[in-house]
Design a protein around this ligand. Structure first.
Ligand SMILES: [Cu+2]
Length: 144
């Protein structure tokens, strides 16, 4: 009886150590892959998640830079670019429409600190993300 209890305690300790060890390994690898994927020499970085029909997504661009983005659902054809430059007149907010699986306008120039609102005018979802379709293919999803 005594011996068996002792063995159970040892087993519990070994199992706990194993769970702690594997738990730590998991979380650190996940974060690393995410960061590598979006490293494009641009500071703007967003992922809208699904934008349903009639819904909008907005993001404020702070510094002068050129930002590529695309729709992950309609890749590789649905791409757009935001050029942030103080050479254009500053407005609080500007708009990109999603029509016929295109961004309109495809290239939008805004001054720093402008909020850009994407409007989904279509009857299906879009999902927009910074980067280009090809840069994403190098990363996490070999099946696409
Ligand atoms: Cu789309």
């Amino acid at each position: 009886m005594l011996i068996s209890n002792h063995q159970n305690t040892l087993l519990a300790i070994v199992v706990s150590l194993f769970l702690i060890f594997t738990g730590c390994g998991d979380s650190s690898t996940d974060t690393d892959t995410e960061n590598d994927d979006n490293n494009q020499n641009q500071s703007a970085n967003f992922e809208s998640g699904l934008i349903g029909p009639g819904e909008t997504f907005s993001y404020t661009f702070e510094e002068e830079e050129t930002v590529d983005y695309y729709c992950t659902i309609h890749t590789p054809d649905m791409t757009g670019q935001i050029t942030v430059t103080s050479s254009v007149e500053a407005v609080d907010r500007d708009t990109v429409e999603m029509e016929n699986d295109q961004f309109v306008p495809e290239n939008l120039e805004v001054a720093p600190n402008t909020e850009v609102v994407w409007v989904n005018n279509q009857d299906h979802d879009h999902d927009i993300k910074t980067g280009t379709p090809s840069s994403d293919n190098d990363g996490d999803d070999p099946n696409y």
